[in-house]
Design a protein around this ligand. Structure first.
Ligand SMILES: [Zn+2]
Ligand SMILES: [Zn+2]
Length: 252
């Protein structure tokens, strides 16, 4: 299985428009972060977790040639607004794109992209979607995906465990009942916004504490704000923990 970080930034991305801080003006390409998403590849299948407003740019950068399904963590704009850009894969593959999301997220998608879900839209040029409600673990081409319920402030959102990997972005709290779902992992990906605590996101220190408790073999942090420079922050982390960066590929 291959995991590619399509984007590792916050909802505004890094650089943030108009910001002249050291990270936003850094010459290190690892400090340029598009909105957060990962691509999971196995057995010739390509599954995305979230479609960000940067999806077109991410797909061009990674030369994505096919897309088999999209799984959504939650309905916030920085995680869904690129859904329209997936239509090129429908044009090419002629299969309505399977979407997997919880009820609240599907409702958000149906509102934001009403023209795609509207069966009477007559202007053409749109994709076709095949929406599935997540109400427990599900299987895609032989790979089991286990939803991991977490809290993003007071909003319930989903992380996912698939094989020895788990991807958990946009959370501030992992409920006790979800912790066992994140044990015995080879790779754990966690939200780590910045040093200072935030009401809806895990901080670097909070995510480090979770890594210590869950003991994955390797951990990567994502949804990173411009407070954290890539090289400087990585120099402070334990050897098995790293800030991810756009384009990072992990083979499992
Ligand atoms: Zn987000
Ligand atoms: Zn969010």
């Amino acid at each position: 299985m291959k995991l590619t970080f399509l984007g590792t930034g916050t909802s505004t991305g890094v650089p943030t428009v108009g910001c002249e801080c050291a990270v936003c003006t850094s010459a290190d390409p690892h400090d340029q972060r598009t909105r957060p998403s990962v691509m999971v590849e196995y057995d010739g299948r390509v599954v995305l977790i979230d479609t960000t407003p940067d999806f077109r740019q991410q797909a061009l950068r990674e030369r994505i040639k096919r897309l088999d399904a999209v799984i959504f963590t939650h309905g916030h704009a920085d995680h869904v607004l690129g859904l329209d850009e997936t239509r090129v894969f429908y044009f090419r593959q002629q299969v309505p794109l399977p979407l997997y999301a919880d009820e609240a997220t599907l409702n958000a998608l149906r509102r934001v992209f009403s023209y795609i879900f509207d069966q009477t839209y007559k202007y053409g040029g749109i994709g076709k979607l095949d929406a599935h409600t997540i109400d427990g673990e599900f299987e895609l081409w032989g790979q089991k995906f286990v939803p991991v319920p977490v809290l993003h402030g007071d909003l319930p959102v989903l992380g996912f465990r698939f094989g020895p990997v788990a991807y958990v972005t946009d959370f501030s709290t992992v409920p006790k009942t979800s912790l066992p779902l994140l044990e015995d992992l080879e790779v754990l990906v966690l939200d780590a916004l910045r040093h200072a605590p935030h009401p809806t996101h895990s901080s670097l220190e909070q995510s480090l504490a979770l890594v210590e408790r869950l003991r994955p073999r390797r951990a990567f942090f994502t949804h990173i704000a411009h407070e954290l420079g890539h090289a400087a922050t990585n120099a402070t982390l334990p050897a098995h923990v790293k800030l991810a960066h756009d384009g990072l590929v992990i083979e499992v």
